[in-house]
Design a binder for this molecule. Structure first.
Ligand code: FES
Length: 125
């Protein structure tokens, strides 16, 4: 493997993520499979997750890039209504067990990056 274990990959501009607003989608290779992922901002901080519900492994957004519920305080799965904490992805209610798979994000100089890990890689080779 020549891929560095933790590489920072530019994802979007800071202004593209607003508190409780639409997510920015991106694609990753997680455990060898191509998966959709998303970044959101909540209470000023950026957070990233695989777009894969912890109930059934399906994408969660019922409208493109819309993950927050009407309160703006929970991430909701459109299929059966599971709610997740935006900060850590932990399941709060609904049929989910455990939580979302978190992707490390960082932010600086007006740019948001996501970070690769041993089981999380970019699509490009
Ligand atoms: S698939 Fe998400 S709550 Fe069932």
């Amino acid at each position: 493997m020549s891929m560095p274990n933790n590489e920072a990959i530019a994802l979007c501009g800071s202004a593209d993520l607003t508190n409780g607003g639409l997510a920015v989608p991106f694609d990753v290779v997680f455990g060898g499979q191509t998966c959709r992922a998303f970044a959101i901002r909540y209470q000023g901080q950026v957070h990233g997750y695989l777009n894969r519900c912890a109930h059934v492994a399906m994408e969660m957004d019922f409208q493109p890039n819309r993950f927050f519920d009407i309160s703006g305080d929970w991430l909701i799965c459109a299929t059966h209504g599971a709610l997740y904490q935006p900060q850590i992805g932990q399941c709060r209610s609904g049929p989910c067990r455990g939580g979302l798979i978190k992707i490390t994000l960082s932010e600086g100089d007006g740019v948001v990056h996501w970070h690769t890990a041993h089981n999380l890689q970019p699509l490009e080779f």
